[in-house]
Design a protein around this ligand. Structure first.
Ligand code: AHM
Ligand code: MG
Length: 338
């Protein structure tokens, strides 16, 4: 019989053998995984669970919230507030931080999440997911928004869960990237891939092409060269994929390589990009780097960016290393020539 390794066993062994995770962090990750199972159930029920459509509210980014955005946010908060492992949480769907109520013990970790990424895909039955990032709370009493403003390289755990044809949880604690698949009969996540690796080269890119006219020159140059195919400077044909759920696009890249871009563009020049640094770009950048890929804002490593606010946005290029390095080089060349 094939030996099945559950997420629980995997985390216990990581704690025991490698010392990669303290007990509190193990608890935190198990609780997040349990919350993701709950969200997965709500997503699967769809219209039968009365969870489709918009809520009558906007989030701090001015985006209309879907009912499932709010449900997923509540599931994550309720699951995580009482265990004693967290000091506070921050979410795409909440303006300020959520400090663990005083009736519960305070832990030493901070949890950030995009409860349901790919909101525009909820009602059309296309893969969506939860993205999360874990930081250690700096020393000192109390907790404030300032405590969350740590560069991505300070993360102690990061991951995401995709609600697609399968529910899959992808995790790093800084020791490579592991993939778990939800066994619905058993109700547990089972390890199905260890030490995921992204090929350094690819023939596949992901970008919302409808924004092309708004892009900056280096991004246009990169995509034009891909589109020129075998007859162009790259000398090979490229394929394009765009799911419009970052979790699902990143999952494809972790599985078979590729490059994902959501660059700054001229529509709203004061915004650094569409995606959020702290609970979208940072966890994904760390997972991608842990799998041998690269993640850049066009100018520097995403993981080295010092956040200045919770809902900060960032330009993103991540995936197969040689492609991301090329995109960064194009930005540097454009800057040097200006
Ligand atoms: P969300 O967190 O509100 O779902 O927004 C982020 C999503 C990403 O998952 C995805 O890559 C992007 O927005 C899609 O944008 P677009 O609508 O331009 O295709
Ligand atoms: Mg999102």
């Amino acid at each position: 019989m094939t030996r099945k390794i559950s997420l629980t066993r995997y985390l216990v062994e990581e704690q025991r053998i490698d010392g990669a995770i303290p007990a509190d962090l193990r608890l935190l990750l198990e609780v997040v995984a349990r919350a993701c199972k709950g969200i997965s159930l709500a997503v699967n029920k769809g219209a039968l669970g009365g969870v489709m459509g918009s809520a009558e509210s906007e989030n701090v980014q001015g985006e209309i919230q879907k009912k499932l955005d709010i449900i997923a946010n509540e599931v994550l908060i309720e699951a995580n507030e009482w265990g004693g492992h967290l000091a506070a949480m921050a979410s795409e769907e909440m303006e300020g931080i959520y400090v663990v109520p005083h009736r519960y013990p305070q832990g030493e970790y901070l949890l950030l999440f995009d409860p349901l990424d790919g909101s525009s895909n909820i009602d059309v039955n296309v893969s969506i997911g939860t993205i999360f990032s874990v930081l250690r709370k700096p020393e000192g009493s109390g907790v404030s928004e300032q405590d969350f403003l740590q560069a991505g390289c300070k993360q102690v755990a990061a991951g995401y869960c995709v609600y697609g044809p399968q529910t899959t949880l992808v995790l790093t604690v800084g020791d490579g990237v592991s993939l778990f698949t939800l066994d619905r009969e058993q109700g547990s996540f089972v390890l199905t891939h260890e030490k995921m690796q992204i090929p350094a080269d690819t023939r596949e890119f992901a970008i919302n092409m409808s924004n092309m006219r708004h892009w900056d020159a280096p991004v246009k140059r990169y995509v034009d060269e891909c589109l020129a195919g075998r007859d162009g400077p790259r000398g090979k044909d490229f394929n394009m994929r765009w799911i419009a759920s970052m979790v699902a696009d990143v999952h494809r890249i972790l599985t078979r390589g590729g490059v994902f871009l959501y660059p700054w563009d001229k529509r709203e020049p004061e915004k650094a990009g569409k995606l959020r640094l702290m609970y979208e770009a940072n966890p994904m950048a760390w997972l991608i780097e842990q799998a041998g890929g690269a993640a850049s804002n066009g100018h520097q490593r995403i993981l080295e960016l010092q956040p200045t606010k919770l809902h900060e946005r960032v330009s993103v290029a991540l995936g197969s290393r040689n492609e991301v390095d090329r995109i960064t080089r194009y930005h540097h060349e454009a800057k040097a020539a200006s």
